[in-house]
Write a protein that binds this ligand. Structure first.
Ligand code: 6PG
Length: 243
């Protein structure tokens, strides 16, 4: 794993930096494998990145989009990560509908939804030799509680090591989430973090040692590249805790 921590002056610069990394990974993936797979983060931070990607002239037929986690709501619900990405990006470009792989959230039992998406991923990546397939890029954020994707502190999802997808739990609210081992098999993981309210969590997540049950983003130690892209507000104290 190669970890790079960069502090950018503002959100615009952070978006441009993350865009450049995504496009570089995309170019390499298409050149090597004729396909590019990316898992999206939810929340607010990545929305301007999705809007920026929508402005690019890309080989849309070779790009496959997944989500690293999803709230357990319909896609037209304001909280839906799928809905946000479709409005910001996917509805604005000629990407084939079959290249978009949302997490279905219509099963009565979230555990069924997790199993269904697990099967979708297993079917999509049949040729992977390892037990975990490798996505080209996984985009992530963190909460001020140290969660990432829907891997929340002190929840059962943190212990799941034999699945690609599991049920997350945000204070009793079910989520569907990629597991840490699946995320860690990605070729490139990019965290996008903004806001002073993330400083304390960041100090625990990026410190050499710490408790990953309390700060689950510490679990993300990918085999490939790991990028932490922070705005000035989030990264202000970074030199105090990143060796
Ligand atoms: C979600 C995300 C979640 C998000 C963080 C940061 O479904 O909400 O996947 O992990 O990345 O909560 O969210 P913000 O970018 O809104 O701060």
């Amino acid at each position: 794993m190669s970890r790079t921590v960069e502090v950018l002056p503002d959100l615009g610069a952070l978006v441009q930096r993350s865009l450049s990394i995504v496009l570089e990974q995309m170019q390499q993936a298409v050149a090597e494998r004729d396909i590019f797979t990316i898992a999206l983060a939810g929340g607010n931070t990545p929305k301007p990145l999705y809007e920026a990607i929508a402005q690019e002239n890309l080989p849309w037929d070779k790009i496959h989009v997944f989500w690293g986690d999803e709230r357990y709501v319909p896609p037209d619900h304001p909280d839906s990560n799928q809905g946000m990405a479709r409005r910001a990006w996917l509805d604005r470009v000629p990407i084939p509908a079959s290249n978009i792989h949302p997490i279905a959230t219509d099963a009565a039992d979230p555990a069924i939804a997790a199993q269904t998406h697990e099967q979708l991923l297993q079917d999509f990546f049949p040729s992977q030799v390892s037990e975990f397939p490798s996505l080209d890029v996984v985009l992530l954020g963190i909460g001020d509680d140290g969660h990432t994707a829907s891997l929340f502190p002190h929840t059962e999802a943190l212990q799941v090591s034999d699945r690609l997808v599991t049920v997350g739990n945000k204070s009793g609210e079910p989520r569907i989430t990629f597991t840490a081992p699946f995320i860690n098999h990605a070729r490139c993981v990019i965290f996008m973090v903004t806001g002073a309210n993330k400083q304390i969590a960041l100090s625990h997540i990026l410190a050499p040692t710490g408790d990953s049950s309390t700060y689950p983003a510490r679990l993300i130690q990918p085999q490939g590249q790991l990028w932490w892209l922070l705005d000035q507000a989030a990264g202000e104290q970074i030199n105090d805790f990143v060796p």
